[in-house]
Write a protein that binds this ligand. Structure first.
Ligand code: PEP
Ligand code: CO
Length: 464
């Protein structure tokens, strides 16, 4: 490990949520191996996403980011991947045609394998073991061997991310996402007649519009129907992230080439901490999760460190306050950023502030609370002359029973039927699709706000 490389400067800073690998020589061999492997994404894809996110910050696009809380290596199967891609594409279809804005699609996929935990250890009966930190770090099974951090899992994670991404790219190139083939986009697990009807009408409308445009031969139809898809994950394990960070020919700076869009978790965004030191050095667009502990001034200082130039598309703030607290926290944040003239992209994650435990101790989230936080976020942004540029969900393409409510009115008692997440509860296929329709209506009914008047001037003053 070359500790003198700028990309390793985080080693000198206080670290949080990092695995302690018992065999350091093994760890270093694995990191050398990772550094020798080809990258998973390219710098031009990353720069392309940055420009799309800049558009979204300016109100011209809407971002849909979603996927598992924690991807598992075992779920790297054709069905699971197709299922996730399909629900994200279907949601984006609803958002584009219902909300009248182009959608930027970003999966929490192909690398979302490392999880921050509230407690470093877990106790069952009289045994205490390290917590499960995601398949990149250790295994879920509650045994000493499984829970010991294993560096080899970093190579396995990288390989599984590559396989996942390879399959996604092939599906998209092969026409899976092509709007000429709405038959690939039929509805699964959807009993809700209203939702089915609304979706059917939308798909028929799209097919007719495409036929019409092709028959008049005007629009470059391939451009219109081409789908771009980007990947994201929490950049948690800094050894892994920095092993995948490289310089590339004809561009300056470092790129994290394991993903297009890495984000900093709410627990690891300390201004003087190792994660911020690492993220400061990379050229990717970056997300910052923002929970109730965030203070507007501290976040502005964080943006000054991570984005000293105010580069368009560089910073996305993903707020996750919970339906109860969003009003109090978001208002102060929007005001603080507007007064400082700092333009960012705002995304709402209505999942992580709305987690609760059932009587039997299961983690769940209520559909209504998720919707309430989304609704409040749209309103608060609009009322403050700002705008919500996208959404961030934990969801799956399968018919799991992890979140309550939705069209089937899932209750606490019904959650055990098919609760599969090893981490946070996800929206199932039908709940996710239903939400997309609700959001599309909101985008349509929320008039675009002009960019904040004194943006660049105020930013110039702040930098002085
Ligand atoms: C997550 O997105 O799974 C997560 C842990 O989020 P946060 O950092 O917002 O708590
Ligand atoms: Co989560």
């Amino acid at each position: 490990m070359d500790a003198s490389s700028p990309i390793m400067s985080w080693l000198a800073k206080p670290t949080l949520q990092q695995p302690e690998y018992p065999d350091v020589a093994h760890r270093d061999r694995v990191l050398d191996k990772l550094r020798s492997l080809p990258p998973l994404v390219t710098s031009w894809e990353i720069e392309r996403l940055k420009s799309l996110l800049a558009d979204a910050a300016a109100g011209k696009r809407f971002v849909l980011q979603g996927g598992d809380c924690a991807e598992s290596l075992a779920d790297c199967t054709p069905d699971a991947i197709t299922g996730k891609l399909k629900i994200l594409l279907q949601m984006s279809l609803v958002l584009v045609f219902g909300g009248h804005k182009p959608v930027v699609r970003i999966g929490r996929i192909a690398g979302q394998y490392a999880k921050p935990r509230s407690a470093p250890t877990e106790t069952r009966d009289d045994q205490t073991l390290p917590s499960y930190f995601g398949d990149l770090i250790n295994e879920y099974e509650f045994t000493t061997d499984a829970r010991r951090p294993n560096p080899q899992l970093m190579v396995r994670g990288y390989q599984h991310a590559a396989m996942t991404l390879n399959f996604i790219r092939s599906l998209i190139d092969g026409g899976f996402a092509d709007l000429h083939h709405p038959e690939y986009w039929d509805l699964d697990f959807c009993d809700n007649a209203d939702l089915q009807q609304e979706y059917l009408e939308l798909v028929q409308g799209i097919s007719q519009s495409i036929e019409f445009m092709e028959s008049v031969g005007e629009a470059p139809i391939h451009e219109l129907t081409r789908v771009e898809f980007f990947t994201s994950h929490e950049g948690l394990n800094l050894l892994y992230e920095s092993a995948g960070t490289r310089t590339v020919p004809r561009r300056t700076g470092y790129y994290n080439l394991t993903t297009h869009f890495p984000w900093i978790g709410d627990r690891t965004r300390a201004l003087t901490g190792a994660h911020v030191e690492y993220f400061r050095q990379i050229r990717n667009p970056i997300g910052i999760k923002v929970g109730p502990s965030a203070d507007p001034d501290e976040l502005l200082s964080l943006c000054d460190v991570l984005d000293p130039e105010g580069e368009p598309g560089r910073i996305t703030l993903i707020h996750r306050f919970g339906a109860q607290a969003v009003q109090t926290h978001l208002t102060g944040l929007i005001d603080g950023f507007q007064n400082a003239g700092r333009r960012v992209l705002w995304l709402c994650d209505p999942m992580h502030g709305n987690t609760r435990s059932t009587k039997s101790g299961r983690k769940t989230r209520d559909y209504e609370a998720i919707l309430a936080e989304l609704d409040a976020s749209f309103d608060l942004h609009r009322n403050h002359g700002s705008h919500l540029g996208g959404v961030h969900f934990e969801l799956t393409g399968e018919h799991v029973t992890e979140c309550t409510g939705g069209a089937r009115r899932l209750t606490d008692e019904q959650l055990s039927a098919n609760y599969r997440s090893t981490c946070d509860p996800r929206l199932n296929y039908e709940q996710a699709l239903e939400l997309a329709f609700r959001i599309a209506r909101r985008i349509r009914s929320t008039p675009a706000t002009p960019p904040h008047a004194n943006d660049s001037e105020a930013h110039a003053q702040r930098s002085e």
